[in-house]
Design a protein around this ligand. Structure first.
Ligand SMILES: [Fe+2]
Length: 346
């Protein structure tokens, strides 16, 4: 696998490991072919998955890593080499479709393995993994029976107790889109104002930082994506492991609409020079084997039904998942941003 022109955006507040390797022209032009992936995923397991794919097929995987917004802009302007776009949130996939840089995927293997709600209605994009935006609560100070829904977050008993990242983060925007879709813009604005009034401090940091606020006693509840708890619990840094152990998870709204689910997903680029290889790669990413790797090594839930999630994820229990098609969440992204602005959620 060759990683080129890589730069995880320094302000993504995610893992930002800079790696640069030149594009190997010899590899790029060999007989077996290549596939060029523009990816916002920045996880070690992806490197292993792409290397395995190369070994199995002989197809070289060229990877350009960056923030999705930057990759989309690049592809729209001059990314003629891009075959596959991979993002960590549905809103960016839908944005890419709107910009005309994705084409419908024609593969029965792919459409057969990804449930309808996790695909664009014309298959311009599909989910690869699922991640839930949930509530991490202090095991010491919170009775989870008092905190069963996203709506509970506005209760004044949590005043000064909620830690969350900023509203320019797409995970928060997609959560907000799900609140809007399940109620309306006015209700969502009221909800957001209620949550803001319970903030422990102005939003900052990434999801892991919110859990650390809870572990340090400066907050009781953190809003996070599920896999970040897996990352903390498996960290080489003992303080992170301790922070992870200080919290339990509530998958909200288990008695009504279910927990908000988002995807990390992929699309085939409109001008993909290696379209056939692009489809082959995405088919491989949806294989039982890779789905299980995403779950074991990156603590994400498989999008393919019938593939079991890892033991750690199973230990978090069973729960209900929101049935909303992810496309609706993508389409509500700009409304979600407007609601955040109206509510004072920085
Ligand atoms: Fe993330």
């Amino acid at each position: 696998m060759a990683l080129f022109l890589s730069s995880c955006g320094s302000n993504t507040t995610e893992n930002s490991e800079e790696t640069t390797a030149p594009l190997n022209q010899e590899e790029a032009t060999n007989d077996v072919g290549i596939v060029t992936v523009y990816s916002h995923r920045h996880y070690d397991v992806d490197k292993k998955i792409f290397t395995d794919f190369e070994e199995k097929t002989g197809i070289k995987v060229m990877v350009k890593e960056d923030k999705a917004s930057k990759l989309i802009e690049l592809i729209a302007q001059k990314g003629d080499d891009a075959d596959v776009l991979i993002t960590v949130d549905v809103a960016r996939l839908e944005q890419a479709r709107e910009k005309g840089i994705l084409q419908p995927i024609e593969s029965e293997v792919i459409t057969g393995r990804v449930p309808d709600k996790f695909r664009g209605s014309e298959n311009h994009w599909i989910g690869l993994t699922k991640r839930y935006r949930v509530l991490a609560y202090s095991k010491e100070r919170v009775d989870p029976e008092e905190l069963t829904t996203y709506e509970d977050l506005t209760d004044e008993k949590w005043m000064g107790k909620i830690a969350v990242r900023s509203s320019d983060n797409t995970y928060n925007q997609s959560l907000m889109a799900s609140i809007i879709a399940n109620s309306n813009q006015d209700e969502a604005t009221k909800w957001a104002k209620g949550v803001v009034s319970n903030f422990c401090r102005s939003p900052k940091g990434n999801d892991r930082d919110q859990v650390k606020e809870v572990a340090a006693g400066r907050a009781d509840i953190a809003i996070i994506n599920t896999y970040y708890l897996g990352k903390l619990l498996n960290s080489e840094n003992q303080a992170e492991v301790d922070a992870g152990n200080a919290v339990g998870l509530v998958f909200p709204n288990y008695e009504d609409r279910g927990a908000h689910v988002n995807i990390s997903g992929a699309g085939v680029c409109t001008n993909a020079p290696n379209k056939e290889n692009a489809v082959k790669l995405i088919e491989y990413l949806l294989s039982d084997e890779v789905q299980a790797m995403y779950s074991a090594a990156n603590y994400e839930y498989p999008v393919v039904e019938g593939v079991e999630s890892s033991e750690l994820l199973q230990s978090w229990g069973t729960f209900k998942e929101d049935d909303l098609p992810l496309e609706e969440i993508g389409k509500l992204n700009s409304t979600a941003i407007a609601v955040f602005a109206a509510s004072g959620w920085e």
